[in-house]
Design a protein around this ligand. Sequence first.
Ligand SMILES: Nc1ncnc2c1ncn2[C@@H]1O[C@H](COP(=O)(O)OP(=O)(O)OP(=O)(O)O)[C@@H](O)[C@H]1O
Length: 398
Amino acid sequence: MIRFENVTKRYPDGTTAVDDLSFEVREGELVTLVGPSGCGKTTTMKMVNRLIEPTAGRILLDGEDIARTDPVRLRRGIGYVIQNVGLFPHKTVLENTETVPHLLGWTRAKRRARAAELLELVGLDPSVHGARYPEQLSGGQRQRVGVARALAADPPVLLMDEPFGAVDPVVRERLQSEFLRLQEQVRKTVLFVTHDIEEAVRLGDRMAVFGPGRIEQYDTPATVLGSPATPYVADFVGSDRGLKRLSVTPVEAADLEHPPVVRAGSPAAEAAALLAKQGDPYAVVLDDDGGLRGYVAAGTLTSGTVADHTRRLEAWVPVGSPLKRAFSAMLQHDAGWIAVVDGDRFAGVLTPATLHAALRRSVNEDGEDGDEAGAGQPVAAPAGAGDNRRTEPDAEAS
Ligand SMILES: Nc1ncnc2c1ncn2[C@@H]1O[C@H](COP(=O)(O)OP(=O)(O)OP(=O)(O)O)[C@@H](O)[C@H]1O
């Protein structure tokens, strides 16, 4: 979709900002350009919408050399979001969002409808925020308007230059989550510049790690974190990349443990006998239709049915969620294990020990020694890590 072929940019003062760069971004892919300040990320991005012209090489968009495309026409097919957004201060939120449809000559009714639709898509209520001016919005809301405006004419390509750089970390994380959700719906081809490695890992389908004027590594976040191609990349991604990997390694069925499972309607005594026989401290309780109901602890199953003693689960995660989500749910609920579901079905449980094993597996799959990748260090409290099925899932259980 976007293809850089031996692109070099030398500024008139002799600075080589980008040196013989070649890489390709596939359609519908979100690629993050990450690296320290001054290494050429913004220059690379601005050459795509011809705000900067390369000194040598060419850039193809859908197979066409952009040097042969009229810049104005080119830019109409490319949404552009920058830090601090650059909203027009004298225009309302709706008017700002309509900017490109307006340039394209859409009727007022059509542009209004589109702007309102987009504001909703980015989580703003057009009837509340639409008539406001940018200064009457929070920083996070302004960034959302920036994204809505960039998407207004439904361009196939989005360029985003540190779009969430100016907001505090909490808002930033929320904007990232919202943007990921949005991208699932709109599937744009996105080039996203950031100097924040966490952001690059979280958002990117692939990430291009920049050194001065060139790409040091271009691969999926999991591979970059697990197998940094050069000492420069290893240094840049940092020594805690084993932990960062948690965000990009999914929970898989093979990672799960399988504690005893009992039905809610079964006699409590039957479940107690099962737990005693197997020496397990708890069992997962399912409805008659297989849905996850909760858990029962051994020793509490005195009379009646399993349902009478079932405790609610505070949290569970779907198969395929990042390990980080499972880990933070464990920490949040002070739990020794977390249930994993596959659709409506209970799939098994993840414990700190299996989580660690999953992390190690993902590092090894990249053909790298687990210890060097940082995954050999404990990722969860080692206490009880080898014996987690003996740990209660939350404080309430003890
Ligand atoms: N107009 C210009 N004239 C001369 N040199 C420039 C110009 N614009 C950028 N540069 C230089 O080109 C190099 C790359 O700059 P660029 O803005 O692309 O880096 P970046 O990786 O996006 O940095 P940052 O993260 O700080 O935005 C830097 O050394 C910068 O000083």
